[in-house]
Design a protein around this ligand. Structure first.
Ligand SMILES: N[C@@H](CCC(=O)N[C@@H](CS)C(=O)NCC(=O)O)C(=O)O
Length: 364
């Protein structure tokens, strides 16, 4: 199998990434555009790269090539077969190939190809035939669409192979999660090496916004892997297996690292720098969240800014005001056992509502 063309071309890269994702081996031959090359010309009658050859089969155009590869080697299918997902995949690919490249190409040529490969000076103004709106479309779509609509790893891989990849929702989330797990911003303030712990995916529909990982969570890397988690799961009406096994359930606390233990034996509060740095970006990359559990005062203050009660108890007591998609809860820590005894209305009224919402969301 031979792919003609330089990987500098996004279209050539698309076919290479696609073949690699499918585990297919290929050779690559770089051709000089505009210079005759009998074998390449037989694959690509208009001289565009990529050209492609598999035995005596010759074809050009990146979309035609990957369509061939996916049909000839269906395991695993990277272009979904489900009709709607398939149509969306073709549309995203077309967006990347024509609309995005049409808008970004002139800028890329001016800034990269011209100066680096053709000895040209970059012009300070470059006219893109399409406005910036085109380039920001995937970002705007991020706010409004479900990344489940993009599909699973198949179309994701396909989209990864296309251009404009960083903006496609699930790709953007993966990249962000990598950034978060590498974050060491709090290292100077902590007595231990920071270990950011989150558990979210593009499929997250119930987001648990707690305070910060405790020591046990820090040690195991698993959120709510402690007595607080036991009580939280009981409130939600689910077992441990469901809690960790269902991708609809995600956890992102107000701080991602264990903040350490204070002299009285409790944990330090979540440092606000963590939420300031990551939280808005992370929430924007989770477009499928339908229910956010604001566990404890810190999460409530951040999410309900200006709308909380004077105390956490008052905020939780007013839970109905915040609508069906946001639910303030006390922290399920053993430290709140006395609070639960003093406020029996919580387990009588709030937890049945919570359980019903969780059942509805997981049942769908
Ligand atoms: N729709 C084609 C576009 C390919 C394309 O435009 N390739 C560019 C390089 S990025 C090319 O060969 N340009 C040279 C030319 O048009 O003569 C595909 O997806 O393969």
């Amino acid at each position: 199998m031979l792919i003609y063309g330089s990987s500098l071309s996004p279209f050539v890269r698309k076919t290479m990434v696609f073949a690699t994702e499918k585990g297919l081996a290929y050779d690559n031959k770089v051709v000089r555009l505009g210079q005759p090359d009998t074998e390449f010309d037989a694959c690509s009658p208009f001289g565009k790269i990529p050209g492609f050859q598999d035995g005596d089969f010759k074809i050009s155009d990146s979309s035609a090539i990957i369509t061939y590869l996916d049909a000839a080697h269906p395991e695993p299918n990277l272009i979904p077969t489900e009709p709607k997902a398939r149509a969306r995949t073709v549309w995203y690919e077309e967006y990347a190939d024509s609309i995005f490249v049409g808008a970004a190409g002139p800028i890329f040529f001016n800034r990269v190809v011209g100066p680096r490969f053709m000895g040209a000076q970059p012009e300070s103004q470059v006219k893109s035939p399409r406005p910036m709106r085109t380039l920001s479309w995937p970002g705007r779509r991020l706010q409004t669409s479900s990344s489940a609509s993009v599909g699973c790893s198949g179309p994701k891989a396909l989209l990864g192979a296309a251009d404009g990849i960083a903006y496609i929702p699930s790709m953007a989330l993966d990249a962000l999660l990598e950034e978060i797990s590498a974050c060491r911003v709090c290292a100077p303030y902590l007595p231990h090496t920071p270990r950011p712990v989150t558990r979210v995916s593009a499929a997250t529909r119930i987001l648990i916004a707690g305070q910060a990982p405790g020591r046990l969570v820090h040690e195991t890397g698993l959120p709510f892997n402690d007595p607080s988690g036991v009580r939280l799961r009981q409130w939600m009406g689910i077992d441990r297996e469901t809690f960790y096994g269902r991708s609809e359930i995600g956890v992102a606390a107000m701080a991602f690292c264990f903040p350490g233990t204070n002299p009285k034996g409790g944990d330090y509060p979540p440092p606000p720098r963590c939420a300031a740095l990551w939280r808005s970006r992370l929430l924007a990359a989770l477009p499928n969240v339908e229910l956010t559990l604001l566990v404890g005062g810190y999460a409530q203050d951040w999410a309900l800014a200006g709308r909380t009660g004077r105390t956490m108890t008052e905020t939780v007591a007013r839970w109905r005001e915040f609508g069906p998609n946001v639910l303030p809860l006390p922290h399920p820590s053993w430290r709140n056992t006395a609070w639960l005894k003093r406020n029996p209305w919580f387990e009588a009224e709030v937890t049945p509502f919570l359980r019903q919402r969780v059942t509805d969301i997981l049942g769908r």
